[in-house]
Design a protein around this ligand. Sequence first.
Ligand SMILES: Cc1cc2nc3c(=O)[nH]c(=O)nc-3n(C[C@H](O)[C@H](O)[C@H](O)COP(=O)(O)OP(=O)(O)OC[C@H]3O[C@@H](n4cnc5c(N)ncnc54)[C@H](O)[C@@H]3O)c2cc1C
Length: 505
Amino acid sequence: MAVDVVWFKKDLRTYDHIPLIEATKSGNKVLCLYVLEPERLELDDVDPIHIEWELENAIELSKCLGKIGGDLHFATDDMITTLEKINLDYGISRLLSHEETGNSWSYQRDKLVQNWCRNQGIDWIEYPTNGVIRKLKDRDLWKRKRDARMRENLYEPPEITNHAEFHGDAPSMIALGLNPRKLTNYPVPGQSAAFGRLESFLNEEAKQFQWAISSPTLAVKHGSGLSPYLTVGAISMRRVVQATNVRMEYIRKNKAELDGPTVWLKSLGSFRKRLAWRCHFVQKLEMEDNLDLVAQNPVIDANLMRVLDEDRFTRWKNGTTGWPFLDACMRQLSSTGWINFRMRAMIMSAASYNLWLPWRETGCHLAKQFLDYEPGVHWSQVGMQSGTTGINTIRAYSMTKQGRDQDPDGDYIRKWVPELSMVPTQYIHEPWEMPNELQETISCIIGEHYPAPILDELESRKEGIKRSYAARSSKESRDISKAVLKKHGSRSRPRKRRSTQKKLF
Ligand SMILES: Cc1cc2nc3c(=O)[nH]c(=O)nc-3n(C[C@H](O)[C@H](O)[C@H](O)COP(=O)(O)OP(=O)(O)OC[C@H]3O[C@@H](n4cnc5c(N)ncnc54)[C@H](O)[C@@H]3O)c2cc1C
C-alpha cells in the first residue's frame, strides 16, 4: 500500500500539525519522517548546538507520535536519496509538510525536492505555518492575513491508525562526528516543555516583561524563553498568540481581584507585539530568499567597504575587546546560547560601527552562537543593526552607556569577566581609567590581566556613524532604499519615540 510521507522539518510537534492530520485522513499508510541532511553540517550558519537541539526535540516528537499510534523514521542522508529509498520500498502517494522559510540552502533543497516530486508524479502539499504568507508581492495585506491566520483553530494530535513500519534510529552526535559546546541554562526539549514554559511565563514571569527585557540578567527570568522552541516548531506561533489573548482577556475580566492588572496588560501587549515582529521578519526572508547572502541595499553595503580584520573579529568573538560590558555579553552568549534582544543589537552594532566588520561574517558567527537561530529573524535583524537595509535609522549603541544603564553596579560584568572581579564599581565600565597603583593592588593590570580597549569607543563609533551616513547619500542607494521600503516596510503607523528610547545610543 502506498504511503503518505509527513516530512517534519521546523515543526517538531504533534499539536497544530495539519500535514499530520491530513495524512491520517487519507486512508493511506502514514510515514512520519525526520531527515538530518549531512550537507547542513557544512554550512557557515549551522552549529552543532543547533543539530543537537533539533535532534533532542525530534526524539521527544518520536515519543509523542508513539502515544498516538505512530513512529518517527529518522534518516541521515540527503532528502532526495531518502525519498527515493522510501519510494522504492513503498511507493509514495503524497509528501506532506509545512512550508519552510529557511536559509538559501534549504530554499535550494526545497526546489530540488519539488522537481523530484514533479518528475515522480508525486504531490508535495505544503501547508502554511506561523504568520508567513507565501507569494505576497508587498506588505499591503500582510498584517490582516497574518492576524487572520493567528485566529485559526488549534488542533489536538490525531490518532494514527495505519502507520508505516520503516524505522531508522536517531543518529548520535558521536556518529555524526559532532561535539557541540555544552551550554548552561539549556532548555528542556519537546512540546510538553514548550507548553510548560508558555504557561509559566503567562501566569508568573510575564508581569515584569516590559521593563525587564532590556537587561541581560532580568530578561533570563522575565523573558518568555520561547525562541528555541519556536525555532524547531515544538510549539506553534498560533498557540502562543491565542494563549496570550486568553490570558489578557482573563486579566481584563478579573481586574478587581488581580494585583497590578494594568502592568500585566502592558507587559503582555508588549510580548504579543514581539510575536508579530517574528512573523514580520520571517516574511522578509520569504519575500527575499537570499537575505542571508546579499544585503537588502547592496549599494550601501558596497559603499561601506567594511573589512574583515582578523584581530578585531577574533577579539569580538572571544569577548576580549577590552570593552567590559560587550565582553561580558559575548561570554554570556557563548556560555548559554542566548542573550536578550537589546544586547544582541548592541553586539551587532559594536561589530558593525565600532569595529567596522562585515555583516555576513559577524552574522554567521552569531547564528552559530544562538540556540534559537531563526534565519528570517536573524538576517533581517543583522541587516537592520549593521545599517545595510537603507530603511532603518542608524543604530550605533554606546556600550558604556548600555553597561551603566543595565549593569550599574557591575555585577554582571564581574560574573562574566572574572578578570575584572576585583575592580571597584567606580571603574568597572572603564577599567583602563584605574590608577596604576590600584591596578597593581587588585592584580588587574590593564593590558596584562585584561586587555586595553581595542579602540577608543567614542571615536570609533563616531567614525562608523559618519561613514554610514556617507554610504547612504548617493541617489542610487536612496532609490534602492525606497524600493526596499515599498516591498518590505511595515505598514503600521510609526510610533512616537519615547524619551527613554532616544537615549539608547
Ligand atoms: C542581531 C540580532 C539577531 C537575532 N537573531 C534571532 C534569531 O536568530 N532567532 C530569534 O528567535 N530571534 C532573534 N533575534 C530577536 C530577539 O533577540 C530574540 O527573539 C529574543 O531575544 C528571544 O528571547 P525570548 O524568546 O525570551 O523572547 P521574548 O522577548 O520573550 O519574545 C517572544 C518571542 O517574540 C519574538 N521576538 C522577540 N523579539 C523579537 C525581535 N526583536 N524581532 C523578531 N522577533 C522577536 C521571538 O520569537 C521571541 O521568542 C535577534 C535579534 C538581533 C538584534
